[in-house]
Design a protein around this ligand. Structure first.
Ligand code: ATP
Ligand code: MG
Length: 283
């Protein structure tokens, strides 16, 4: 196991997110490579981070081939007294291929058979999380990571949604998270109903992601539109079903439509979607 942060040597920066930085690190004792996510916090965000630390305990119990493994969590909480802050470090499985966001930036769009495989794996991962009564809440291309075998896994459950918050978090610095939110999360009064437990929100986000993989840009607003709060709110809560290109197969179109039902009661559940023809192809 990894029992000391000082056993890890930083090799490179893999990326920056809302709350911190992800590094590629070498575990010197075993020569293994990991990803180290460092979330910094200060006096204003310390309670949020304590909550994240508690959730991290759950993260360590998650054990699925479809979810990024978290090997250790270090809470350097209250050491850095100069600024009243500190950090929370997650040692995670390193994913050589980066995120689906990186893949899309490099390749623009993905062929349907690849998207089918991505959707299948994300559904398997969500099925596992939902069976543990965990809602991910932040399914988006940058939280879907790819390893050297081309396998996609879900990252950042229980971390980003706490750090990024929910509705309050819809400000310019993380429109990225809001863009994939379901109507019932954006506008619970109109779309939520009494029983929205959040599971259906993950399915909506997956629908947006798979369509984005096919068309090559965020699909709910025009490429020239500014993705600010009001524009996203209009598109998500009141917009028509986005146009799906004619080239998409009937199964793919039906899968996307089922994920992007505005009324979460009519949306497919993860269990139902796992039985859909789009993710059960023999090729
Ligand atoms: P947000 O803070 O809203 O979640 P984000 O997902 O882009 O945004 P991070 O989770 O901090 O932010 O990740 C930043 C980047 O680091 C990712 O986009 C990805 O390219 C890279 N990354 C994160 N985790 C890993 C990992 N386990 N292996 C390889 N690369 C990773
Ligand atoms: Mg992330």
């Amino acid at each position: 196991g990894i029992d000391n942060l000082s056993d890890l040597e930083k090799m490179a920066v893999l990326g920056h997110g809302t709350g911190g930085t992800v590094y590629k690190v070498l575990h010197k004792k075993t020569s293994s490579i990991y990803a180290l996510k460092v979330l910094r916090f200060n006096q204003n965000t310390i309670s949020i981070c304590r909550q994240a630390a508690r959730e991290a305990e759950i993260l360590k119990r998650v054990d699925s081939q479809y979810i990024i493994r978290c090997h250790a969590v270090f809470d350097n909480g209250f050491i850095d007294t100069d600024n009243g802050g500190g950090d929370l470090c997650f040692v995670m499985e390193y994913m050589e291929g980066g995120s689906l966001h990186d893949v899309l930036r490099a390749r623009q769009r993905l062929p349907e058979h690849v998207i089918s495989g991505v959707a299948r794996r994300v559904l398997e991962g969500l099925h596992y999380l939902h069976s543990m009564q965990i809602v991910h809440r932040d399914i988006k291309p940058s939280n879907l990571l790819v390893n050297d075998k081309g396998e996609v896994k879900i990252a950042d459950f229980g971390v980003s949604h706490i750090v990024a918050g929910t509705r309050e978090a819809c400000h310019d610095s993380n429109m990225g998270t809001c863009a994939y939110m379901s109507p019932e999360r954006f506008d619970p009064e109109r779309w939520g109903g009494d029983n929205a437990n959040g599971f259906a929100g993950d399915v909506w986000s997956l629908g947006v992601v798979v369509l984005e993989c096919y068309v090559g840009h965020f699909p709910l607003i025009g490429p020239a539109q500014k993705p600010d709060w009001a524009t996203l709110m209009c598109a998500i809560c009141f917009g028509e079903m986005p146009e799906i290109p004619e080239t998409a197969s009937p199964e793919f179109r039906s899968f996307i439509r089922w994920c992007l039902e505005k009324d979460w009661r009519k949306r497919g559940t993860v269990g139902e979607l796992l039985g859909h023809a789009f993710v059960n192809r023999k090729c």
